[in-house]
Design a protein around this ligand. Sequence first.
Ligand SMILES: *[C@@H]1O[C@H](CO)[C@@H](O)[C@H](O)[C@H]1NC(C)=O
Ligand SMILES: *[C@@H]1O[C@H](CO)[C@@H](O)[C@H](O)[C@H]1NC(C)=O
Ligand SMILES: *[C@@H]1O[C@H](CO)[C@@H](O)[C@H](O)[C@H]1NC(C)=O
Ligand SMILES: *[C@@H]1O[C@H](CO)[C@@H](O)[C@H](O)[C@H]1NC(C)=O
Ligand SMILES: [Zn+2]
Length: 416
Amino acid sequence: MLVESKMLTLHRNAFLSYVLLLTLTGADFYKTYDGYKILRVTLESEADYETIIDLESGDFFEIFSEPSSKFLDILVAPKNIARCERVLKSQNLSVQVLNKNVGLSVRRQRSIQQSSPYVTVGSFSYTAYHRLTVMYDHLDAAAARHSDKAETFNLTNMSTYEGRKIQAIRITSNVTSPASRERPLVWIDGGIHAREWVSPATVMYLIDSLLGEQEQGRSDDVTPLLEKFQFVVAPCINSDGYEYTHQMDRLWRKTRKPSGCKNKNELYPGEDPFDQENVKIVKTYLEEQRDKLKVYLSYHSYSQLFLLPLGYSLDPTPDREHHVKVGKAVVAAVYSRHQKNYIAQSFAEMYPASGVSADWTYEDLNVTDSYTIELRPEYLGEDHDFQFELPEEQILGTAEENFEGLLAVLNNVKEL
Ligand SMILES: *[C@@H]1O[C@H](CO)[C@@H](O)[C@H](O)[C@H]1NC(C)=O
Ligand SMILES: *[C@@H]1O[C@H](CO)[C@@H](O)[C@H](O)[C@H]1NC(C)=O
Ligand SMILES: *[C@@H]1O[C@H](CO)[C@@H](O)[C@H](O)[C@H]1NC(C)=O
Ligand SMILES: *[C@@H]1O[C@H](CO)[C@@H](O)[C@H](O)[C@H]1NC(C)=O
Ligand SMILES: [Zn+2]
């Protein structure tokens, strides 16, 4: 009896500390997405696209995919599903259920995050999605190992909304020499949209490959590039949002305001409340570097697309032919690694979407080679059990094929 009651007390204490732990880590409040569905709406015309944008302002679903093809994927909460299907039907829009319970993929990834040491500084790998401090620590350590060709720094002295600095790494041969600062600048960013976790992971891999930590057999390809260019790479430019997706809401993203969609200056490029300060930081840095900036690459997910300027307008740009040529080279290079099909196109070929940051660098900063890349999974694939929650075992493949894509861009830069 005594023993039993002591055990009960032990159990109770263990239970209480478990509850306390959950509360302290916020795990208790992690949004489950149980019963949420993703619906794929077929768009026959631009009017259909407008209809969806109008309906979204009614706040009973959220546009989920980047609007870049003849479908839109929307995320619908359980309480809105019946109404949503009714309204879409009344608009004669055809709808297919893509993912019938988003909660499953969110829970799967959450349990991996919780049961592993992936939050520990020093544990960086390409088999997990890491927290910000783990990625930044890896950058600092890699820069220290390669001090002849890499240095980390913070973009401007400004901080994000939640007070973080945006860390970047500059990679080029003889990095400390003043001459290296005059080289044509290649900008690469990831993580502008918080929930697109494979984006920071892929951009980290590009960094490691430029440093020779990955892709070790490819120094013949990489070394000349480090002599020709300086790379400035910021793997996670929406750091506040990224941490929020790890702690509170895997799929967090602000509802897009339709009123902003047609005006690129109003929209550019913030779509999330957390990234307003981030946007200012990136913009300030890029404006400072505009004389040297020759390539702008922004990594997103999902859809497997290589997007050419412009995103918001149907007018062909004067560089159309060049962009199509680069697109073909990138698609072939990406395919060569793991036989994944990416499609090169401009957003606007399908439906004019909101402006994207690559439009701003193309038009306002005069960067001819400005592109947006949408990583795995593919848009039209068979496997619809995950969208932004790309399984961890696909990180490496995604990153490797995009290393090939990066080389293809760099070997085709128009203006130096
Ligand atoms: C939907 O289609 C029906 C039958 O073709 C038509 O009568 C109706 O006007 C259409 N509704 C809308 C909103 O286009
Ligand atoms: C960047 O900012 C962080 C946070 O303020 C600081 O700890 C770090 O040392 C800075 N990095 C560099 C290279 O200045
Ligand atoms: C790098 O610096 C070394 C000496 O510090 C110099 O000999 C070499 O030419 C430089 N290389 C480049 C590509 O600037
Ligand atoms: C943009 O680039 C083109 C070609 O290099 C050049 O002729 C033009 O003056 C540039 N415009 C601005 C605003 O920098
Ligand atoms: Zn995105």
